[in-house]
Structures are given as C-alpha cells and as structure tokens.
Design a protein around this ligand. Structure first.
Ligand code: AMP
Ligand code: MG
Length: 343
C-alpha cells in the first residue's frame, strides 16, 4: 500500500477526512503520542488498525472526540464525576472509561461493555474529528514497540501499511494518556499519564491505583485494562532498570565491560558514567523525561546498542507514568542497588 504524507493545513486535513470517511486509516498527531485512526463507528475500518499494528483483537481502543457533547451518543451513562473530569481536564491527556452505548462496534471495545473516551488538545486532530467522526485510535506503532512521538517514528513503523500520515510536529507530552475508569463504584487509575493521580484526586476525591500500574499481572489474573497484559514499549535492545542511589548506579555502570551497552540517564549523570549515555532530561523534570523516553528507546536501537540500562524514575506526579512505561519496556527486569526505593 502507498502511504501518503499529509501536512496539517486545511486542504490536507480535508483529504484525511475523506480517507477516514471511505473507511481508511490515517496516523494522526496528538499531544500524547501519534495515533492510528479510523472512523470509530465503522467496525470494518477499525479492524484495519489491528491488522496494520499487529495488535491483539482483545485490546480495546480509545475513541477520540473534539467537543464534550459528542460523548453523549457514545456512552450509556455520563456520571457527575466524569463530567467534572471532562470539564477540568479536556481537551488534554486524560481518557475516561464509561459504560458504552450500542453504537460502539465490538472491534473498538474488544467485546467489553465499556468504552474509553478522550478529547485530545492537538488542533489538527480536533479539526479532523470535526470534519469526519469520532476516531478510534491506539498509538501508531507496531504492537509491542515504543510509541511514536515524532513523524519519523511513525514513518519507521507504518510506511506502506496505512493510507496516510499527518505531520503534526513532535508530541508535547510524549507518553500516552492517563486512563481512569469511572465505570465502577470507586474511580480507578488504569494507566498513569500526563494528568497525574494527584490532579484526579484533587478534582473528584478518592481514586484507586490499579495494581497493574506498578506490578506485573499475577499468573491467571484478569487485566482491568487488557493492554496491560501485553509486552509493551520494548525496543530490540534488552532494557534493564537500575534502582538505587546515584553513586551505586555509577559504580555499577562503570564496572561494566559490555561494549554494546548504553545508559538511559539524567542530565546530571553525564560525565559520571563511562558507558555511552542517552539523557532523558533533568532528574527532577518528570515532564521532560516523559517527553523524551520513547525517543530514547528508539535511539538506542538506531545506535545499535544491545543492552540498555535505565535509571529508575520516581513514582510521584508524571514520574509514575515514566516508571509505568519503563518497567514494561524492561519486562519488569530490575536490579536493586544500594538506596533502592522498593516501595
Ligand atoms: P493505546 O491505544 O495503545 O493507547 O492503548 C489504550 C489503552 O487503553 C490500552 O491499555 C487498553 O487496554 C485501554 N483501554 C481501552 N479501552 C478500554 C476499556 N473499555 N476498558 C479498559 N481499558 C481500556
Ligand atoms: Mg499503544
């Protein structure tokens, strides 16, 4: 298939809307990561997304809207707490799970009786949705690889597999949206992202954190968010997390003899580590770390490293989102050193 490259100007957004209207699939820019979109109400079109990504059919998609009232036909309930979150955090990197209405095809919800909804803040994608329809879209990477945060990441994974790619520049947040379910009695965080659990709690009170956010699923345990059971965000290189204080991490890395190893680290570490370093920003700047994380994993592959040692992020604020992604990239392979935070 020939994949056409579109710009974010009005003419090209119209072309993308036509492709979507004809049941095609288009990679779209959002503030979190690039998405791979189809008309959310067209089950056959949505099926093509799973084929292009190699995504398991039991992993549901997020439906993207461009205005809060568009949610009404898509859900069977829109409870008060969901309204509060929508008013406060939309448009933005927050996905809300609610009981679905009958218009949602099974391909989108993977047979669940709920649907995930988000109102992204990227203007290009808002325009595309207003010209076409609500869009079902997962991240625009091959299933299992790090999510794409730049146009070139999308081209690397999707050229020749989809109808079109819209260039919307680099993604601002860099990790996927926060996912919270309001389809149960107590709201529960299923995936951390740019909107923090602290922000959710200050808006609606109690919010539980699903254990799969920081822990591997137990054998036979059912995933609240089906995506959590799959290998995720992984480069070709093996990723190993180093949890410990600075000096313990430096000592560990500086005694390695592996010529094919690199470190994903912080700006402050540069000059103190003797193997090649890819920095994801300053130690306390969690937003910058989120912004650069997936690109750093892809860069490690491009540079040919076979093993990547990554520093263990903190688990507060947006740090929880960085931690959640990198422990999955590492397949929960963590080396605990002096000063590790096992909490
Ligand atoms: P992605 O599309 O790659 O950003 O992944 C979307 C995430 O949201 C996956 O982890 C899905 O399993 C999760 N998700 C989507 N819809 C639902 C739903 N109805 N219930 C629970 N999790 C969902
Ligand atoms: Mg994804």
């Amino acid at each position: 298939m020939k994949t056409i490259l579109l710009s974010s100007d009005d003419e090209d957004i119209k072309k993308a809307a036509q492709i979507i209207g004809n049941g095609g699939i288009v990679a779209i820019p959002t503030e979190t990561v690039y998405g791979l979109a189809a008309d959310a109400l067209n089950g056959n079109a949505v099926r093509k997304i799973f084929e292009a990504k190699g995504r398991p059919m039991d992993n549901p998609l997020i439906v993207h809207i461009s205005d809060i009232p568009q949610i009404y036909p898509l859900v069977s309930e829109f409870p008060e707490k969901a309204k509060i979150l929508a008013e406060k955090f939309w448009p933005g990197p927050l996905t809300i799970i609610l009981p679905k209405s009958e218009v949602i095809p099974d391909e989108v919800s993977a047979g669940l009786d709920t649907v995930a909804i988000r109102f992204p803040s990227h203007k290009t994608t808002q325009k595309l949705i207003s010209l076409s329809s609500p869009l079902a879209a997962p991240s625009a990477n091959l299933s299992g690889s790090p999510s794409p945060t730049t146009l070139s990441h999308v081209c690397d994974d999707m050229d020749g597999r989809i109808d079109a790619i819209i260039d919307g520049g680099d993604c601002a947040v860099g990790v996927e949206s926060t996912v919270v379910t309001l389809a149960e009695d107590i709201p529960r965080l299923l995936r951390p992202g740019g909107i923090t659990v602290e922000q959710l709690r200050s808006a609606i009170g109690e919010v539980e954190i699903d254990s799969a956010v920081t822990n591997p699923l137990e054998e036979g345990e059912k995933a609240a968010s089906p995506g959590m059971k799959y290998k995720h965000y992984s480069p070709n290189a093996d990723v190993i997390l180093l949890d410990g204080e600075n000096n313990a991490v430096y000592e560990y890395l500086n005694t390695l003899t592996d010529k094919n190893a690199a470190a994903i680290c912080y700006d402050e570490d540069i000059g103190r580590i003797s193997i090649p370093c890819i920095s994801i920003g300053s130690e306390n700047d969690y937003s910058e770390q989120a912004h650069l994380l997936f690109a750093s994993l892809r860069d490690a592959d491009k540079m040919g490293y076979k093993t990547v040692y990554a520093r263990c992020p903190r688990k507060n604020g947006v740090g929880l989102a960085v931690y959640n992604r990198i422990i999955r990239a590492a397949g929960f392979n963590i080396i605990y050193l002096e000063g590790a935070d096992k909490g």
